[in-house]
Design a protein around this ligand. Structure first.
Ligand code: FAQ
Length: 336
């Protein structure tokens, strides 16, 4: 399976060398030279099989995250508090569906089929972001997802615009522009609530309390426990490490929380003059892995909703294929 079959342990350079050893040396040298020169690899270019598999794994997990990520917020479309908020939320959720489409298309350029990738998601074999396995309990969660979840996603995805694989890097440029709107609309929705009643303020604080730690875990395991990082960085797929991105996110978010007037739920969060960064407390990695491995609060619900949506959409795919076949036949008749 794409998500599990390939793992390059990377605690030492030896494993990286092991990947190179099984490929034709002259092609490998040309590929390495292009990576070293910060060039782009395009679908028609030769690439090591391990590079291709790593990209399929990461891009497909990313695509799955986008479309499963539609579900927690989608739950609130029918309950949005005003027409304006409903229109914004519909547009945002639709954007996430679009991101999934660009990313599946980028993965397809690596020689895999969308049907196989979706099968892996629907059978529970493929991973998607841990964050989408938590429930959205109140309207403030929609704002918090925009502010913190999209905020974390942007922090992670801006460096991916410089990813060494051309189709992925180009897809990320548009995705990041849209994520930026998502982050701002979430923050603005929370600002409005924080100018409202005590109940509304409490709702925002409760929501941030529930999402904060889960958003920090979104960046992935600590660098020391991240099996794919060294090789991903060597190949220019990942440009910034999990821990560095997490730190950048915390440093950027603390001042925003102050403007908002909420408290971030971490007693250890304080500015460290010497490091020039905020120190922060312990992330619960056991909870993270429980969720990633399929046993979080909403994993089963998310998958069954996703499978149902896919099955309910079968008639649309059938109709589109029938239409395409008809057009092709008409074109052939006209050409004859
Ligand atoms: N959740 O060695 P690493 C969004 C897995 S999009 C679940 O560090 P890597 C937009 C990892 O896959 C959010 N699994 O791996 C939106 C690997 O498992 P494997 C998604 C996780 O690839 C907003 C294992 O742990 N963004 O939010 C997570 O070098 C609002 C070891 O980890 C992307 O996918 C996690 N959080 O680094 C939508 C961005 N973290 O494959 C709707 C692209 C790690 O060995 C509403 N992806 N794992 O079985 C990446 O940047 C990287 O793949 C990382 C992980 C940083 C996620």
């Amino acid at each position: 399976m794409y998500t599990q079959s390939f793992s390059v342990p990377d605690d030492t350079g030896q494993k990286i060398k092991a990947v190179a050893a099984i490929e034709p040396p002259e092609l490998m040298a040309k590929f390495d030279a292009r990576i070293d020169a910060d060039g782009r690899i395009e679908p028609q270019d030769w690439m090591p099989e391990a590079y291709r598999k790593t990209l399929v794994r990461q891009i497909s997990q990313h695509a799955h995250s986008e479309i499963v990520g539609m579900l927690p917020e989608g739950n609130w479309i029918s309950r949005a508090p005003s027409l304006k908020r409903k229109a914004i939320l519909i547009a945002k959720v639709q954007d996430e569906g679009g991101h999934g489409q660009y990313l599946y298309s980028a993965a397809e350029t690596l020689g895999v089929s969308r049907a196989d990738l979706l099968d892996a998601l629907h059978s529970g074999k493929a991973k998607y972001s841990s964050i989408f396995n938590y429930p959205t309990l109140n309207w403030a969660d929609v704002g918090t997802i925009g502010w913190l979840v999209d905020g974390a996603a942007i922090m992670n995805q801006v460096p991916l615009c410089r990813c060494s694989y051309g189709p992925y890097s180009r897809a990320m440029i548009r995705v990041c522009k849209e994520e930026s709107f998502h982050q701002r609309q979430g923050y603005e929705a929370l600002l409005v609530m924080m100018r409202g009643t005590d109940e509304q303020k409490a709702m925002v604080q409760d929501s941030v309390n529930r999402w904060w730690w889960k958003c920090l875990a979104m960046f992935g395991p600590p660098d020391a426990d991240s099996p794919h990082s060294a090789q991903g960085m060597r190949w220019g797929i990942k440009r910034v490490s999990n821990d560095d991105l997490r730190q950048k996110f915390i440093d950027a978010t603390v001042p925003q929380a102050k403007v908002l007037g909420i408290t971030l739920p971490d007693p250890d969060l304080k500015w460290n003059e010497e490091r020039g960064h905020y120190d922060y407390g312990q992330i619960d990695w056991d909870e993270f892995w429980t969720t990633v491995n399929g046993n979080g609060p909403c994993n089963k619900e998310r998958l069954s909703t996703r499978v149902k949506a896919h099955n309910d959409g079968q008639w649309v795919r059938d109709a589109a294929l029938a239409h395409a076949r008809k057009q092709q036949q008409r074109a052939m008749k006209e050409a004859a």
